[in-house]
Design a protein around this ligand. Structure first.
Ligand code: SF4
Length: 374
C-alpha cells in the first residue's frame, strides 16, 4: 500500500507546555486512594475516579458526573487525567492513519500513531522523548535522549486515542465501526522501551489489569533494539506480551554500523537471549528488518539471516524504510524487497512485509517531531 498523496496537517493549538498539574495517571490504585482520602474524601471516591479514567475514558473531572461538584472543582484545580496537549495532527489521505504530536508539561514533545484496520485499532506509542540508542537510519536518534516518559505519560497516549475512538461526535469521515477502542498497542514509537523498563512495565501492568484498561497481554508488543539483560528480565514478567527485536542485519560487521548497541550486545548474544525468551514464554518472536537499498538487502545477507534464525520460533517483519530527508539511507525497491523476502520464505522463515502505513505523514518514529521543530 502506498501513500503518496499530500498530507493534511492540523495545528491543534500553539505549541506550548500543558499546565503542570499532578497527573493521576502516574498513581497506582493504592496511591490514588491515598491521595483522595488525603483530601478528606471517602475511599470509594478513588474507585469511582479510577473507573472513570480507565473504563470510561473521562477526558477531565467535569465528566465524572457521580462525583460531588466541589470535589470535581478541586481536582480540576490541582490534578489532571490528560497530561498531554495535542499540538499537531496529521491524517493520511485515506483517513486510516493519523499521527499526533503531543506537548508534555515541561515543553517536550512526543508522537503516537493510530492505524485503523478492519478489525484492529493499532496504536504505536512512545516510551521516551528522543532516544539514546543512536541507530543511524532513525529520525528519533538524531536529537539523542531528552528524558524517559513516566508510566502516566505512556498511558496518556493510549487513553487519548481510546477517548477519540469512543467519541460519538467524531467527524463522520473518521468515524470507525466497532471495535471503538484501541485493540493493539505497539511500543515502536520514539525511544527504546527496554531502556525505560520500569515505567514501561508499570504502564503495561495497568493496560493489562482487568480492573483498569483490561487489554490482553497478547495484544501488546514491545519492540527492542536488543538490550539483552532486559529481554531476559522481560521473560520473567509472566505476561504473554509479544517481543519484537529490531535486527536490521544478520552480522556484527554490518549491524554495529546501523545499530550501535550491537557493539555491546552482539548478534550471537542477542539471538541467544531471544532463544531463552522463547523457551521461557513459548511466544513467537518477531524480527524487524528495515530494508535499506544497497545496505542490508542483498541475497547473501538474506541467506545469512535465514541460516541464523531458522531454528527459532520466529517471524520476520520486513519494513520498507521510512526515508528521512537528507539521509543517505533509502528504501529498497519493490523488486529488491520481493527478492529478499522470497529467500527468507524459501528457507522456511515466515515473513511479512509491513504495510507502508503513513509514509506521507512522516509516520516513522521521530519524523513529525523533527518536521515540526524544523
Ligand atoms: S530505531 Fe528505535 S532504538 Fe534505534 S534510535 Fe530510533 S527510536 Fe531508538
Amino acid at each position: 500500500m502506498r501513500y503518496n498523496q499530500p498530507m493534511r496537517a492540523i495545528h491543534l493549538q500553539p505549541q506550548e507546555a500543558a499546565e503542570s498539574k499532578r497527573s493521576l495517571l502516574d498513581l497506582s490504585r493504592e496511591e490514588l486512594t491515598e491521595y483522595i482520602t488525603g483530601l478528606g474524601e471517602p475511599k470509594f471516591r478513588a474507585k469511582q475516579i479510577w473507573d472513570w479514567i480507565y473504563k470510561r475514558y473521562a477526558p477531565d473531572f467535569q465528566a465524572m458526573t457521580n462525583l460531588p461538584k466541589a470535589l470535581r472543582e478541586r481536582l480540576s484545580q490541582e490534578a489532571t487525567v490528560q497530561p498531554l496537549t495535542p499540538v499537531t495532527q496529521v491524517v493520511s489521505q485515506d483517513r486510516q492513519t493519523q499521527k499526533l504530536l503531543f506537548a508534555l508539561p515541561d515543553g517536550q514533545t512526543l508522537e503516537a500513531v493510530l492505524m485503523l484496520y478492519e478489525r484492529r485499532r493499532t496504536l504505536c506509542i512512545s516510551s521516551q522523548v528522543g532516544c539514546a540508542m543512536g541507530c543511524t537510519f532513525c529520525a528519533t536518534a538524531q536529537g539523542g535522549l531528552a528524558r524517559n516518559l513516566t508510566a502516566g505519560e505512556i498511558l496518556a497516549q493510549v487513553l487519548y486515542f481510546a477517548r477519540y475512538l469512543a467519541d460519538p461526535s467524531l467527524e463522520p469521515a473518521l468515524r470507525v465501526e466497532r471495535p471503538t477502542t484501541v485493540t493493539n498497542i505497539v511500543f515502536m514509537g520514539m525511544g527504546e522501551p527496554l531502556h525505560n523498563y520500569r515505567q514501561v512495565w508499570t504502564a503495561i501492568r495497568r493496560l493489562t489489569d482487568p480492573d483498569a484498561f483490561g487489554l490482553g497481554a497478547r495484544h501488546i508488543t514491545v519492540s527492542t533494539v536488543g538490550l539483552v539483560p532486559m529481554i531476559d528480565r522481560m521473560a520473567e514478567e509472566g505476561l504473554q506480551v509479544n517481543l519484537a527485536v529490531s535486527l536490521h542485519a544478520p552480522n556484527d560487521e554490518l549491524r554495529s554500523q546501523l545499530v550501535p548497541i550491537d557493539q555491546r550486545y552482539p548478534v550471537a548474544d542477542l539471538l541467544a537471549a531471544v532463544e531463552r525468551y522463547i523457551a521461557r514464554t513459548n511466544r513467537r518472536v518477531t524480527f524487524e528488518y528495515a530494508l535499506m537499498q544497497g545496505i542490508n538487502d542483498s541475497p547473501e545477507l538474506a541467506v545469512e539471516l535465514a541460516q541464523k534464525i531458522q531454528h527459532l520460533l520466529c517471524h520476520v517483519n520486513v519494513i520498507p524504510l521510512n526515508p528521512i530527508p537528507g539521509s543517505p539511507f533509502q528504501p529498497s525497491s519493490p523488486e529488491e524487497t520481493e527478492r529478499f523476502v522470497g529467500i527468507l520464505r524459501d528457507h522456511g522463515i515466515p515473513t511479512t512485509v509491513r504495510l507502508r502505513r503513513g509514509i506521507e505523514i512522516n509516520a516513522g518514529c521521530g519524523q513529525l517531531r523533527r518536521a515540526v521543530a524544523a
